[in-house]
Design a protein around this ligand. Structure first.
Ligand code: AMP
Length: 539
């Protein structure tokens, strides 16, 4: 190939987060980073200061021997120290591994060992969670963000550690290097780790900022209600840093009044979270419509579970626009965004709502297709249904340790487990889920795991767990149980049995005792029949 046809005369500049953070440090230094502390007080700093502190933190972490691909776990809320770690750890060449404190200690312990974390940074308010997993994994360093001024024995104080560091010059990094890690629940067995690359997150930030996507600019103030342990808070900290949008970090308090107070007081223009949070916020707003001045707020991004049409209508009544988006841990997470196309500007209200409650069209650089039960790709006719497959520069191509390889096709697409219809214009509507999971308040519960645990109980012959719709949580698990002949089982007994392995919020609310569970020809539980029988009755 000749020089003129290869394009090799363009700079092969690495797409690393270093550029994103250094830009925030230089160009958007004065943009605010506002956080609410666990005691309710407001802490104010800037991107410039955060980035400078990240340099000292990076140097201190390097002094502890952390570098090249080492995993640094975090048990933190949406707080400024978390942002500093989001900056320092990847820029150092290490990997930030965010942990979900709501998981059961058994699950967390598995994740720590699987990720082989070298150090952990824990907020003082989460020390109890940390204590429940401490013996499971031998961290080389435990660093505590203290609010009381004291740190437990054997741990390092975050502020003192950072204070001991110097202004680090960041190394030049290969764009394909891993920079962050997050675990996703498996349908069966163990959670699986997704490793994000610098290149993936840089491209994800650029795409997220586009006007028809999340539309972030230097004039925005963003409040990620979605936790920073959920797929990098949907990438918002990096997108905000890239474009210089101010950021508001809500800390541990996510009750509706606290969220609304922050949205109003900090004149937030864009916020994002799962439907459960927004349903509660909507109720609070309906109850006291005059209490908060939300005139600055332009859009609420809702994803993680389907945004019901009633929610879009409810926020519209307050002059607030919901933007529906779909994503996954394996997609960093943005996959599709639903923005009303110009052709529908003059459509009826009903048509517009119908469109807006779909999950949307693929983000630029993400490709979609779907495969029907016959194994063939479905037509984009809005009628055929199939399992959605995706590929793109921020879509995982494997899990950590080679787990779950069956989720990736031979030609390099990721199988999402979501069943969709696709319109001729490429707008998806999620109709079902082929993965056997329940999503409650944005968090996963594995039906198959619950079933196996139930069937380990001496009184249970068979058990099937299904998701039933729930107004507040989106879905809740319901257990259908066949009791062994001559045995007696009560919901309390079974719940107690499950509580040894699962967090309280993961336990089924309802137990239905039946003579027999219908099965398919291949011997699998016919969950469609169970859903029809029990799910409807639950609404
Ligand atoms: P997670 O990896 O925990 O972010 O979960 C990703 C999954 O959440 C997807 O595969 C969907 O099943 C579900 N999900 C995410 N966004 C939406 C949405 N807007 N509507 C319906 N389901 C969604």
């Amino acid at each position: 190939m000749s020089e003129t046809s290869t394009g090799l005369m363009m700079d092969d500049y690495p797409l690393s987060l270093t550029n994103v953070v250094e830009r925030a440090e230089r160009i958007s230094a004065g943009r605010s980073v506002v956080s609410r502390r666990p005691d309710g007080s407001i802490h104010r700093t800037t991107f410039g200061e955060c980035a400078q502190r990240a340099r000292r933190l990076g140097s201190a972490l390097a002094g502890l021997g952390i570098g090249d691909g080492d995993r640094v776990a975090t048990l933190l809320w949406n707080q400024p120290e978390h942002l500093e770690l989001y900056f320092a750890v990847p820029l150092l060449g290490a990997v930030i591994h965010t942990l979900n404190p709501r998981l059961h200690p058994q699950e967390l312990s598995f994740i720590l060992a699987d990720a082989d974390d070298k150090a952990i940074v824990v907020d003082e308010s989460l020390l109890e969670v940390f204590d429940s997993v401490r013996s499971a994994w031998n961290f080389e360093h435990v660093i505590v963000v203290s609010h009381s001024g004291s740190t437990p024995e054997g741990s390092l104080d975050y502020e003192s550690l950072l204070g001991s560091g110097e202004q680090m010059e960041w190394p030049t990094l290969d764009e394909r290097r891993a920079c962050a890690m997050c675990y996703t629940s498996g349908t069966t067995g163990r959670p699986k780790g997704v490793l994000y690359s610098h290149r993936g997150l840089v491209l994800h930030s650029i795409a997220s900022a586009l006007p028809d996507e999340l539309g972030l600019s230097g004039r925005d103030t963003v409040l990620p209600v979605v936790p920073m342990f959920h797929v990098n808070a949907w990438g918002l900290p990096y997108t905000a840093a890239m474009v210089g949008a101010a950021i508001v970090l809500p800390g541990p308090r996510l009750d509706p009044v606290s969220v609304l107070d922050l949205l109003a007081d900090e004149r937030v223009t864009m916020t994002a979270g799962v439907p459960t949070v927004w349903m509660a916020v909507l109720q609070a707003l309906d109850a006291e419509p005059e209490r908060w001045d939300l005139r600055a707020l332009q859009r609420l991004v809702v994803g993680g579970s389907a945004a019901p049409q009633s929610m879009l209508e409810g926020f519209d009544r307050h002059g607030l626009t919901v933007v529906h988006a779909w994503g996954m841990t394996e997609l960093s997470p943005l996959g599709t965004v639903c923005r009303l196309p110009v052709e529908l500007d003059s459509a009826s209200e009903e048509e517009r709502y119908d469109y807006r409650s779909r999950q949307g069209v693929p983000t630029p650089l993400v490709e979609i297709r779907a495969r029907g039960e016959d194994g063939e790709l479905i037509a984009w006719d809005d009628e055929a249904m199939g399992e959605l497959e995706v590929r793109g520069p921020w879509v995982a191509s494997a899990y950590h340790g080679g787990q779950g390889s069956g989720k990736f096709t031979d030609d390099g697409w990721f199988q999402t487990g979501d069943v969709v219809r696709i319109s001729p214009q490429g707008c998806i509507r999620i109709c079902d889920r082929s993965k056997d999971l329940v999503k409650s308040g944005g968090e996963w519960i594995s039906s198959v795991d619950l079933e196996n645990q139930l069937m380990a109980h001496p009184t249970v012959a068979e058990a099937a767990v299904i998701a039933v719709p729930d107004e507040q949580w989106g879905e809740r698990p319901l257990a259908v149980v066949v009791v062994r002949e001559g045995a007696d089982a009560s919901p309390e007994q079974l719940r107690e049995h499950l509580a040894r392995h699962y967090a309280k919020w993961q336990l089924p609310d309802r137990f239905e005792f039946v003579e027999e569970i219908p099965r398919t020809a291949t011997g699998k539980f016919k969950k469609t029949v169970l859903r029809e029988r029990f799910a409807r009755a639950a609404v």
